[in-house]
Design a protein around this ligand. Structure first.
Ligand code: MN
Length: 263
């Protein structure tokens, strides 16, 4: 194709796109570029609504409860919060009242649960002040930051990224999002996790070292935040392993319990 022809093609494409958006009643689909296949969008149901929450990015905060920081070998008094990401399609939605099958992942022999409060954002920005940070929160959910602990530790020991320990298929089970407008913010309640009916993790949300507001403020210094971003806010102490057949039950006061069976 000559340069002239390329320019004509581009111009025609741009005009078509512009025209499509100007057509009365034309939806987004009318101007969307054609693709050779479809990639599923990741969404999470919104409780008490027929809407779903579209997920843009999954951020996770590490070592945000003092006793968990100590069990992971760090000093909770001095370390600023640190973050990692999971791929958006690692979400496994778990409906309340159901026990969803959760596949034991490949490569690991030490597969751990981490129960966490998740904040879901409807606005974002850069350098968001702590005082305004909670205005970004659309709602909250209960989530599990599932972890291939042996791979995470192994990579850490080699000073390599822990991606493979945290960012894999189905690594982010989550319940429905509850809107702040209806529930208020979650700051104090109990957070716990049982395996086969036995309590393994138990704490309260006010044991977080960095509050959700502080997490958003800090995170927005590193990344521009956008609507659709969700933040796993860290797990209390006593993380531990599960094997096939185990049933996990997770709880945060004011949210429906979440349950998965490892298969
Ligand atoms: Mn975690």
């Amino acid at each position: 194709m000559t340069d002239m022809k390329k320019r004509e093609t581009l111009t025609a494409g741009a005009l078509m796109a512009a025209g499509a958006t100007l057509l009365p009643g034309a939806g987004v689909a009318a101007s969307a570029p054609r693709t050779p296949f479809t990639v599923a969008a990741t969404t999470i149901p919104v409780a008490g609504s027929d809407e779903v929450f579209p997920v843009r990015r999954i951020y996770c905060i590490g070592r945000n409860y003092a006793a968990h920081a100590i069990e992971m070998g760090s000093d909770p008094s001095r370390e600023p919060p640190f973050f990692f990401q999971k791929p958006t399609d690692a979400i496994q939605y778990v409906a309340p009242g159901q026990v969803s099958d959760h596949p034991y992942p490949s490569l690991t022999k030490n597969y751990h649960y981490e129960v966490e409060l998740v904040a879901a954002l409807s606005t974002g920005g850069r350098d968001i002040p702590v005082e305004r940070a909670l205005d970004c929160v659309y709602g909250y959910a209960l989530g599990l930051d599932m972890t291939r602990r042996d791979l995470q530790r192994g990579m850490g020991d080699q000073k390599k990224p822990w991606e493979i320990g945290k960012s894999f298929d189905h690594a982010a089970p989550i319940g429905p999002i509850h809107r702040v407008a209806q529930t208020g913010h979650y700051k104090h309640g109990d957070i716990w996790l049982k395996v086969n009916g036995e309590t393994r993790q138990q704490a309260t949300l006010d044991h977080m070292i960095w509050s959700v507001a502080e997490q958003i403020a800090r995170l927005s210094q590193a990344f521009e935040l956008f609507p659709g971003d969700i933040i796993y806010s860290g797990t209390p102490e006593n993380v531990g392993p599960v094997v096939r057949g185990d049933v996990i039950l997770a709880h945060v006061d004011g949210l429906p319990e979440l349950s998965i069976k490892i298969v």
